[in-house]
Design a protein around this ligand. Sequence first.
Ligand SMILES: Nc1ncnc2c1ncn2[C@@H]1O[C@H](COP(=O)(O)OP(=O)(O)OP(=O)(O)O)[C@@H](O)[C@H]1O
Length: 251
Amino acid sequence: MFTDADEFSAPAALQLAGVSKSYGSGPAAVPALRNVSLAVPQGSFTAIMGPSGSGKSTLLQCAAGLDAPDQGRVLLGETEISRLRGKALTRFRRDHVGFVFQAYNLLPQLTVSRNVTLPLLLAGHATDAVWLEYVLESVGLGGFGERKPQELSGGQQQRAAIARALITRPAAVFADEPTGALDSGTARQVLDLLRHTVSELGQTVVMVTHDPVAAVAADTVVFLADGQLDGSLSGATVHEVTEHVAYLGER
Ligand SMILES: Nc1ncnc2c1ncn2[C@@H]1O[C@H](COP(=O)(O)OP(=O)(O)OP(=O)(O)O)[C@@H](O)[C@H]1O
């Protein structure tokens, strides 16, 4: 499933080949990613875990085209996003990448429907009312479209954020600690929803998390230590993931 191959092979929703990224320059440069290669199959749910500072957010940012690698290539769908710059990159991200953040990032003055369809509006695309209704139903917010975010619970706000990420039918949804601000019951519902988007909508989801309980909701957990991949587990238990995390960087 995950490959060190330098060449891209189909069908993968996301491929990284030899991606390296440092912050700063010269002797003060901090290497955040070192020669990371992985392939994420279409319609799969992948969790990325690792200690604080291991490069998880940098990996997500490079994979989503929010940051550019210093070396290596990133392919999202059939587009090599690591070659895109400026407006072309912004347009690609807007049309083909979904984001879910820990802090929801909904606009308080807009209704749920308006928040969810904002990416379409910004891209100048018409809203397909049937698809909007389907997405809202899928995330459990059918009938909530006219509410404002502050009239929703935290879990419902995160559901709205997930609906917003899905509305453009993106090549992949990237979620950075999406359950970090939620209690365990609500977190469970959001994880089940992400799972549902993969199994029912065929969406590809890549999620950064610190939480082994959240990680095992994914098909595969990819581990990072000190900017390098350090193994992966598929279909693992919470115990197995916790054990793997405990020995990261020591194998
Ligand atoms: N903007 C930046 N400027 C300088 N160094 C940075 C910057 N962003 C990240 N780093 C460094 O790069 C390394 C990887 O950071 P990154 O945020 O990707 O790790 P992380 O695994 O997501 O950490 P956390 O779990 O704490 O969020 C760390 O050493 C960090 O200090």
